[in-house]
Design a protein around this ligand. Sequence first.
Ligand SMILES: *Cc1c(COP(=O)(O)O)cnc(C)c1O
Length: 403
Amino acid sequence: MEQENQYYVDKYRSYMAPTYGPSIVIEKGRGSRVWDVEGKEYIDFAGGIAVLGVGHCHPEVVQILKDQSEKLWHVSNIFGNKPATELVENLTAATFAEQVFLCNSGAEANEAALKLARRYAVDNYGKEKDEIITFNNSFHGRTLFTVTVGGQEKYRAGFGPLPGGITYGEYNNLEDIKQKISEKTCAVILEPIQGEGGVINGTDSFIQGIRKLCDKNNALLIFDEVQTGFGRTGSLYAYEQTGVTPDILTSAKALGAGFPIGAMLTTRKIASSFVVGTHGSTFGGNPLGAAVANKVLELVNKKEVLEGVKRKRKLIEEFMAQTKEFSEIFGPLRGKGLLVGIPLLGKWKGKSGEFLKAGLKERLMMLIAGPDVVRMAPSLLISDRDLLEGLRSFKKAVQVVIN
Ligand SMILES: *Cc1c(COP(=O)(O)O)cnc(C)c1O
């Protein structure tokens, strides 16, 4: 119905704590398409911020959720449950990890990783080894610890006193980290590709250099793969393409394809610094979320899907290259696979929001990564047809902005 969207937007803004400001209220989704409360259809290149790896309401995921919802919704972690047990086994089989801590979000996965790194250092090297190195422009979540470890000052402003022992380094600058790392460093945390910070690729030499520095200083290397994980870059996790294995890896977003779940993956040796009672979560390992994540893992961790991600990336690159007028507006694409950063050039810098708005008018949902970058994170299973239709809408939106 006409006006219905405005009705819900007004209600939303009136009763929801004002941390968000949506202009559209969505009612349903299917694959790479969504509909708002008025029935307007959009192509979804936002993917719920890199969450909807298998698109909206994937029939097999819906089925597993239905089946599980009739068996068991929740038991406390005083008891085990089958889906969680299967999920952690499957995650370790698919990665470097030997043990997994389950939680409900990316921030919680990072919180667990950072706490574990501190505890591991205390257990093995003593209390002095408590420093965490992180990077400018990184994003690791919104809890007080993770937002402080995040490298964007605006997100922690006004929330002090903040946790201490955190040092900020320059991403892709190994020399800077050489100056900052020491025997007092317990962990270095990095996103293999900085997502929220502007879709910045970590170079292989930087990431490999960090690995060596961590080894030399007995510091753990934590990869925050909340955004890059679960097939987004064309491998199950991005670390597989870097030549580096982290000590701890965090996963969330696409892990549950929209069901809130997070995971911290690590080795048995490191995990042993968490014993019964040192850390926990009421909902972590919830059977509904675990059943869903297990199905998503099965759907995503397949050669044809991961190769499809790389092939679709090429389609996007070709489309961008074919469109002549783009070369003066956009720089070379950033990110990997279907984590696409489109940097704005010259006078278009600072205007990513305008492209986003124009996209919505053309019925295309996208993201930004700061004021200078348009970001796309469509479903890994998006059809070529939907992908190309979305790109044509993007082109129309760009023409509206520039004319
Ligand atoms: C989104 C994100 C987080 C935070 O995840 P939440 O589920 O919102 O807590 C952490 N790290 C990275 C890299 C992210 O992209």
